[in-house]
Design a protein around this ligand. Structure first.
Ligand SMILES: Nc1ncnc2c1ncn2[C@@H]1O[C@H](COP(=O)(O)OP(=O)(O)OP(=O)(O)O)[C@@H](O)[C@H]1O
Length: 194
């Protein structure tokens, strides 16, 4: 079996007394778009920060296609092929998403961490972005971890979904499994699951 594109084991991160991540495991299958969802404060942005090297973890390890990158900073991780975007930040908002992938991100990445790319967009724009993202990921063979609150976007393009709650993994599965997972419906989806 080939190595996961990105693999995390036991990731932890504390902000003072707050445990934002409590031993999270994650595996991204090469080429997939995996959704990362959960309530506000669940730890999604913190997980992206720790995976990208922006914030130090207080425990755990990260591998990129089998290579241990735990000790690397963000620039070295980017050089190795792991790129990220920032929440509510479009670096060049006027550029199409494809051009942003190439320019802002300094060459096409192998694994891309996207933190709420649809925030602030209209419903129509969000779906257009989702479709473009799926096309680009397929065409370039990029593996994507997509943090997003817009469930239409997530259910439209994600092959698999991971759910965090209170810094820990609550569930993972296909969109169909997640949509009807009782704990996920209780903690997050509510009526959006219907
Ligand atoms: N810089 C910080 N200082 C202190 N606590 C923080 C900091 N950043 C995040 N936290 C706390 O860590 C926890 C996880 O926050 P995080 O932003 O990762 O959640 P999230 O799932 O991305 O939430 P959202 O969906 O609202 O973006 C929360 O309890 C939050 O208050």
């Amino acid at each position: 079996m080939s190595a996961p594109a990105l693999s995390a084991r036991g990731l932890a991160r504390h902000y003072g007394g707050v445990a934002a991540l409590r031993g999270v495991d994650l595996d991204l299958v090469p080429g997939e778009i995996c959704g990362l969802i959960g309530p506000n404060g669940a730890g999604k942005s913190t997980l992206v920060d720790v995976l990208s090297g922006r914030a130090p973890g207080s425990g755990g390890s990260v591998r990129l296609f089998g290579q241990d990158i735990t000790g690397l900073g963000p620039a070295a991780r980017r050089h190795a092929g792991l790129a990220r975007s920032f929440q509510r930040t479009s670096i060049f908002p006027a550029l199409p998403v494809g051009a942003q992938l190439d320019l802002a991100l300094v060459g096409p990445p192998r694994v891309l961490l996207l933190d709420e790319p649809a925030a602030g967009l209209t419903a129509e724009e969000s779906l257009a972005l989702a479709d473009r993202l799926r096309e680009l990921a397929r065409a370039r063979g990029v593996t994507v971890l997509l943090v997003e609150h817009d469930m239409e976007v997530v259910f439209r393009i994600c092959e698999r979904i991971t759910v965090l709650e209170l810094g820990a993994l609550l569930a993972e599965g296909t969109p169909q499994e997640i949509r009807r997972h009782p704990e996920v419906v209780r903690a997050y989806l509510g009526s959006a699951a219907a």
